[in-house]
Design a protein. Structure first.
Length: 771
């Protein structure tokens, strides 16, 4: 595969705010490149995240009931522009290029071909995709599936598909006999979905949008807000203007949490100032050092409480809350008291005085929100990170009261919702009895495969078929080398997609590419135009109404494709009237309500209201759905930054894989990571200057990176450029997915199995000639 670089490379410091003119310029450039400058794209964007419009296909951040005139951000607009491109990737393209040739193209060039137009079948003899009629594709896939053992078939979902499509998809898989329903969430917030229920009895966060205007302190752990959920910059800006402290922990000095210039505020845009200072305190923590940092803060809070007790001042701990609502405080307190400061300082890389300062600010705040992202979840101790943040919040009763709560910032626009409506490999999370009773079939009861287990099954041959409802599975997962090689032994490989990506180029014996409508497009079915729905990060459900003309006449909607696959595979095996559901998605919503009455009461009546409706999250009312009916303090088992990394070997570095401002996951919009000042290449290794010197390297040198996991598996990425950057010593950073070949499959969060993509053991190799 050719490296992700261009001929012009420029790397320099970027000190401008996020937002501002840079953001607008970037959008205009993107619209021009996709042939959209005069195509009504700007009026389309006015519909984004509005009650009468469509919900953005980028991130899952909350959508307000009273939207701004432009309720979109730079990255949401880029996602729309990329999705609604004028470019088309039809049969002529596939006739002109063999799959083997395309395998050499960078991710950006593949998706850049534009929207897929026709169902295609891979022909092994010509090594090309060839057009096929929809009916023939469905019939063949159905026949292939009926010859396979359902336990060997995987039904993957990337977090974009609607609640309606997802609900139907998981029913199809279960009627067929498979609970192998991994989701992109398995690579993302699964540490949350496992960790939060143990702490507070809820798999999702407890805050709503209103809480952001009521809080008096916000924490940000491991989230790159300015890039991955930029609309959240507005509530932060408002909080800062109210004088509220925002305390951030991140190994990289991410611009969005440093400074922001609101593109929707003409006065701010025209004034020469540098925008709003977003974090009152920004700590460049060591990668994986969050448990240590939070331990330090909690230890210092305890010391403040000790002092209060001595002097008779009001207690710093919320003792009434701890007494009435929690379990396990004593063990947690003992853990804090016995953990020495030296270890805390060493592991977090933050000085004791700084952590004491944070504790001081924290102890004065009465309503605190703990926001976090992949910097906490994608670690070996990802679930313990989540526990630890809950511990910190619970100490002062900061869960289940206005203005406070735990706030996992989810990724894909409906990733949280998919889990809500049954996309899960864990049977205990799904109302199987209801499915059995309502739709008259016997669902499998055993646990299915998650993402990592799917990869293991592909490698050992026990997985025989893969159906992907969106996504770019092979590119997004770890251990790229082994997974790609083994993938070719699959019997059946089906991808439902909008655009061409690398996963589509790794065929099995029988391979189909099925093009679908995007959520931004009108979806016309027998009873008229259809709505779909999605759930945002704050457990709020919104309707979404397609606005643009479909990219091509032969595209089918995701619900229709799922229904046709089901009819071709499991006809007569349930009472589901697939055609009637497709004719009118309101029927599907009625069924979601029937299966999940607590969360979806009056679904069809409520989901189009401005601002949507909230699911009933019990923990936000201090009802704890844990086995002991309490919120649980859970002391961590380790302070180590990563137990798989041998820090005693001085040449081993901890690699953090990150997203650029010019990508959405494996979708690479371009090579301009404006906010980090990196232009023209993604093949960089951001390193601390002292490490560069210590390892005898120099700025701009071309190096290889290899795995230092100590398991004798060769993993290597060629041609990275040494780039001095502000990052703690011992850590280095580079882009996902280019660096995924370096992540061992077994290097993953305990229990949750999220690949530990934020702490990968690596070593620099200098055999490549330096420039
Ligand atoms: N524009 C854009 N938006 C997106 C996406 C995208 O790719 N592009 N992806 C979507 C998806 S699916 C997701 S899951 C979210 C992801 O959004 P984020 O959660 O923001 O994910 P990342 O950008 O991978 O990493 C987050 C931050 O964690 C920091 N970090 C790394 N290691 C550590 C650590 O050990 N401790 C701490 N405290 N910080 C650490 C990194 O420096 C980085 O700034 O965004 C969603 N939105
Ligand atoms: N090293 C490393 N690896 C990571 C991560 C990391 O931070 N570091 N992050 C992980 C995370 S958080 C996630 S969520 C995963 C992402 O993994 P995935 O969700 O599998 O990947 P995406 O890149 O979001 O998928 C992009 C593809 O989705 C298809 N698509 C786009 N829109 C639609 C649509 O409307 N319908 C359908 N059917 N298809 C559509 C297009 O064909 C596009 O090429 O990657 C994970 N991998
Ligand atoms: Mo994600």
């Amino acid at each position: 595969m050719r490296p992700s670089t261009t001929s012009h490379i420029e790397i320099r410091k970027y000190n401008h705010p996020t937002g501002g003119w840079g953001s607008l310029k970037s959008l205009i450039r993107k619209a021009r490149a996709q042939g959209l400058l005069t195509s009504g794209i700007w009026s389309t964007l006015l519909k984004q995240n509005k009650a009468d419009g469509y919900m953005c296909v980028s991130c899952s951040w909350a959508k307000p009931a009273e939207p701004r005139p432009f309720e979109f951000c730079e990255n949401g607009a880029k996602a729309t522009i990329w999705d609604q491109t004028k470019r088309r990737c039809g049969p002529e393209f596939f006739a002109a290029h063999s799959v083997n040739e395309l395998l050499d193209w960078p991710d950006h060039d593949l998706e850049k071909q534009g929207r897929l137009l026709e169902p295609m079948r891979y022909n092994e003899v010509t090594d090309k995709y060839e057009p096929v009629a929809w009916e023939a594709a469905f019939r063949d896939i159905g026949e292939e599936l009926s010859k396979l053992d359902p336990k060997s078939v995987v039904f993957y979902t990337s977090g974009r598909a609607s609640l309606e499509a997802s609900f139907m998809y998981q029913l199809f898989a279960r009627i067929y006999g498979s609970s192998n329903l991994p989701d992109s969430s398995n690579m993302c917030h699964e540490s949350t979905s496992v960790g939060l229920p143990e702490s507070i009895g809820s798999p999702v966060g407890t805050v709503q949008l209103e809480d952001f205007s009521r809080c008096d302190l916000m924490f940000f752990f491991g989230h790159n807000t300015g890039v991955t959920a930029p609309r959240l910059l507005h509530p932060i800006e408002e909080a800062r203007q109210r004088g509220i402290p925002v305390i951030t922990f991140n190994p990289l000095p991410e611009r969005g949490l440093k400074r922001f210039k609101n593109p929707q505020n003409p006065i701010e845009m025209l004034s020469p100032g540098a925008g709003t200072k977003m974090s009152s305190d920004f700590f460049q923590i060591r990668g994986g050092g969050d448990i240590a940092a939070m331990t330090g803060i909690a230890k210092a809070v305890l010391a403040l409480d000790d002092a209060a007790r001595r002097t008779g001042a009001p207690r710093v701990l919320d003792t009434a809350f701890i007494e009435e609502h929690t379990h396990g405080f004593d063990a947690f307190e003992a853990y804090l008291r016995r953990t020495p400061w030296e270890k805390i300082d060493l592991r977090s890389g933050i000085a004791r005085a700084d952590l004491e300062h944070v504790a001081d600010v924290y102890s004065k705040a009465s309503a605190v929100i703990g926001n976090y992202g992949m910097g906490l979840t994608q670690h070996r101790h990802g679930t313990e990170n989540v526990h630890m943040l809950c511990n910190l919040l619970l100490m002062r009763g900061n869960i289940g009261k206005p203005g406070a709560g735990v706030s996992p910032l989810r990724g894909h626009s409906n990733v949280q919702g998919q889990r809500t409506v049954g996309i899960s490999e864990k049977p205990e999370l799904v109302p199987l009895d209801k499915f059995a009773e309502f739709y008259r079939f016997e669902p499998p009861r055993e646990k299915g495969r998650d993402t990592v287990e799917t990869c293991e099954g592909v490698i050992d041959g026990s997985v025989r078929a893969f159906i992907g409802l969106g996504g770019n599975f092979v590119r997004a997962v770890p251990e790229t080398g082994l997974v790609e090689d083994a993938w070719r032994h699959l019997r059946l490989h089906v991808q439902i997609a909008t655009k061409l990506n690398r996963s589509h180029l790794i065929p099995g014996a029988v391979t189909y590419l099925l093009p679908c409508l995007s959520r931004i497009e009108k979806d016309l079915q027998a009873t008229g135009e259809q709505h779909v729905s999605v759930e945002d990060s704050t457990a709020c459900i919104h309707g979404s109404f397609g606005y643009r003309t479909p990219a091509g006449p032969n595209l089918l909607s995701e619900p229709r494709i799922v229904a046709e696959l089901a009819k071709a595979t499991v006809a007569g095996k349930s009472s589901i009237p697939w055609d009637e559901w497709v004719a009118d998605y309101a029927r599907v919503r009625d069924e979601i309500e029937r299966c999940y009455p607590d969360h979806f009461k009056d679904f069809n009546k409520r989901f189009l209201a401005p601002g949507g409706f909230h699911r009933d999250i019990k923990a936000s009312k201090r009802v704890w759905q844990t086995p002991n009916k309490k919120a649980n303090f859970k002391p961590p088992t380790m302070l180590e930054t990563d137990p798989d990394i041998d820090v005693s070997q001085s040449d081993v570095l901890t690699l953090i894989t990150v997203r650029s401002n010019d990508q959405f996951n494996t979708t690479v919009y371009g090579y301009r990571d404006r906010l980090r000042g990196i232009d023209g290449t993604r093949m960089v290794l951001l390193m601390n200057e002292q490490d560069i010197e210590r390892l005898g390297l120099h700025d701009g040198q071309e190096i290889d990176l290899e795995s230092a996991a100590g398991d004798n598996v060769e993993r290597r990425v060629h041609g990275l450029r040494v780039t001095p950057y502000s990052i703690p010593r011992g850590d280095c950073a580079g882009y996902y997915p280019e660096l995924n070949p370096l992540i061992p499959l077994w290097h993953r969060a305990e229990k949750a199995h999220v690949p530990a993509a934020k702490s990968v053991p690596v070593r620099v190799v200098t055999s490549a000639p330096s420039r």
